[in-house]
Design a protein around this ligand. Structure first.
Ligand SMILES: Cc1cc2nc3c(=O)[nH]c(=O)nc-3n(C[C@H](O)[C@H](O)[C@H](O)COP(=O)(O)OP(=O)(O)OC[C@H]3O[C@@H](n4cnc5c(N)ncnc54)[C@H](O)[C@@H]3O)c2cc1C
Length: 432
């Protein structure tokens, strides 16, 4: 069996295939050929934020993690082992996470890792394509030939990383929005905030309007795009001061830039919500206007990239298998499931089903009252015309009585109950 792409989805898929006692070759083109966003040759490299989102089961991201945990996801397990403090979120030391994944896969007797670009869809009775949003051109073109559909794309952006000891501790304070001291906060008064917004609007961009705003993914909007939507947009968005009190003034600041720990040792910090398309010198100039970041050393600048995904409702069935080519599974961001945790979930689902295909067993469709099942249902049966990658969310789950606050715990309870039953009936994934 072949898996293409050693990212989040591909690594999880390879592990699940091997877990079913099926031999698997995992192709990864890095470090020989890089993507525009990856920085290393590491497996399962996180391209931007080091956060895998909330751990709380009443959030979609937390619920999906709880489901992954029931299903024995390798990557979730290793993310938890590489965790760094981030309040209720699961943030990881990205280097440690990647090396744990690499150790697990390299050490598995049924997994062979091949560092090579795949330029056309491999032949074979079961193949998982998990080459991600930055799939190399030749492979993307081959996929386009097969699907007969134009591949879609939009633009996505990543935030900068800052060296911790270049942050001014006198001007910043540690606190989480909901208690704890896990974030470094850069408080701003009205004047400093207005100046930052003005400079974000004036700053030079790398891709100057050569894309349409509708091509930007709403969940990862560049900070300068948000700044252009009005003076207060950022203050009600990623720079909202809610839940934070500056210990120096004992007041809530006008706006706050939050920095989240990015590695286990606290040497690197990620600028929360600062994904950007500004040129690197402009990032240095403008972001150093933020109180506490006047001397910031940027270890990675923000970048913006094309993002490739297929028109899934036309192409995939709920098992994430191509309708036109049985045995070809598409996992991760390329399938239109958006975000790190969705990449892991679809990788798991494709790995399990690809192994079943190889073993000539019927494919599985996950129950639609689980978030995993609801996501695969939406991706394979959602709107065809304007299909956009989708983050796992509660709106995909069957409705239940009650308001939003009371409904969510019920939906989460039902999803986990349903997943436990489904998975235990499969012998906890062991009997395929
Ligand atoms: C710039 C950017 C920032 C993002 N930031 C976030 C974020 O902060 N949080 C979040 O939840 N999601 C984010 N995403 C969305 C998405 O969750 C990630 O892209 C995630 O890594 C997707 O996982 P994946 O396994 O599908 O793809 P990837 O993790 O990208 O893995 C695909 C792998 O396939 C390899 N590959 C590509 N083509 C070939 C080929 N032809 N042959 C062999 N190997 C190949 C690549 O080198 C890569 O290692 C971001 C996406 C982009 C593009």
């Amino acid at each position: 069996m072949v898996v293409v792409g050693g990212g989040l989805a591909g690594c999880e898929a390879a592990w699940q295939i091997a877990r079913a006692n099926v031999h698997c070759i995992l192709y990864e083109m890095r470090p020989h050929k890089q993507t525009p966003a990856h920085q290393t040759g590491d497996l399962a490299e996180l391209v931007c934020s080091n956060s895998l989102g909330s751990l709380q089961e009443n959030s979609a991201s937390g619920l999906l993690k709880a489901e992954l945990s029931i299903m024995g996801s390798l990557l979730l397990d290793l993310a938890q082992a590489s965790q760094v403090p981030a309040g209720h979120a699961l943030a990881v030391d990205r280097k440690e996470f990647s090396s744990r994944v690499e150790d697990a896969l390299v050490g598995h007797p049924l997994i062979e890792i091949c560092r090579q670009e795949v330029t056309s869809i491999p032949e074979g009775s079961a193949v998982v394509l998990a080459s991600g949003p930055l799939t190399s051109t030749d492979l993307a073109q081959d996929l386009q030939k097969l699907t007969g559909e134009s591949m879609l794309h939009f633009y996505d952006a990543a935030a900068p990383l800052i060296q911790a000891d270049s942050i001014d501790g006198e001007k910043t304070f540690r606190a989480g929005r909901h208690g704890g001291g896990d974030y470094i906060n850069c408080p701003m008064n009205a004047e400093a905030y207005a100046h930052l917004v003005e400079e974000l609007n004036r700053a030079k961009r790398v891709v100057r309007r050569s894309f349409e705003p509708k091509e930007l993914f709403a969940g990862c909007m560049p900070v300068e795009e948000l700044a252009g939507r009005g003076l207060d947009t950022l203050r009600f968005g990623p720079l909202r001061p809610i839940g934070l009190v500056d210990p120096k003034t004992q007041e809530r600041p006008h706006a706050v830039v939050q920095l989240r720990q990015d590695d286990r040792y606290g040497r690197l910090y990620n600028m929360v919500g600062f994904q950007t398309n500004l040129t690197w010198p402009e990032q240095r100039r403008v972001f150093r206007l933020i109180p506490g970041l006047e001397g910031a050393e940027f270890l990675r600048y923000g970048v913006m990239h094309r993002n490739t995904f297929v028109r899934a409702p036309h192409i995939l069935n709920p098992a994430f298998e191509c309708r036109k080519r049985p045995g070809l599974f598409i996992a991760g961001q390329l399938s239109g499931a958006e975000g790190y945790v969705a990449a892991v979930a679809t990788g798991l689902l494709c790995g399990v089903n690809a192994a079943r295909r190889a073993l000539e067993q019927p494919l599985l469709n996950w129950p639609v009252d689980t978030l995993t099942g609801a996501l695969s249902n939406y991706v394979s049966q959602g709107p065809c015309r304007d299909f956009q990658p989708i983050n796992p969310n509660f709106g995909l789950l069957p409705l239940m009585a009650g308001g939003r606050k009371t409904r969510r715990p019920k939906q989460a309870y039902q999803a986990l109950r349903s997943m436990r039953i489904f998975w235990s009936q499969l012998g906890n994934g062991r009997i395929l």
